[in-house]
Structure formats: C-alpha cells, structure tokens
Design a protein around this ligand. Structure first.
Ligand SMILES: [Zn+2]
Length: 78
C-alpha cells in the first residue's frame, strides 16, 4: 500500500487518507483525520466564544437593571 508522510502526525499514512493541505511552506500532505480534528476544535472554540459573549451580555444587562432598581428605590442619591 502506498503511504505518504503526514507533516502533522510526523508519520506515514495510507495515501487514501491523505489530502494536500496549504501551509506556510506550501502544499503539504496531511491526513484527513488531523484536518477534521483541527476543524472540530476550531468550531468548538467558536461556539465557546459565542457562549461567553452571551454570558457577558446578560451579565451587563443584569448589572444595568440592578443600578436602575437602586435608583427607583432611592437607595442611592440622585
Ligand atoms: Zn496524520
């Protein structure tokens, strides 16, 4: 079976598991598994970032409502 050197895993994989992948050094052979793993971790990071944005947004809204409430109850001057 023909194998190619995977620059990502630094080992040889069967050619049918390999894809040409653009790197700073040019096109290099890389296995589909490592490409998909990188794609997955990137989309998980994106999802995590969106989640953090939502948390921050609701936290700042809650803080704003708290200040408004304190004003209404005359707990703070002004
Ligand atoms: Zn690999």
């Amino acid at each position: 079976m023909e194998t190619l050197f995977c620059y990502c895993c630094r080992t040889h994989h069967p050619k049918d598991q390999m894809r040409l992948f653009p790197t700073r050094q040019g096109m290099r052979w890389r296995c589909i598994r490592s490409i998909e793993a990188a794609e997955r971790s990137r989309s998980e990071r994106d999802a995590f970032g969106r989640q953090q944005t939502d948390i921050n947004r609701s936290a700042s809204r809650a803080a704003a409502e708290y200040v408004h409430l304190r004003h209404r109850m005359h707990l703070v001057p002004g």
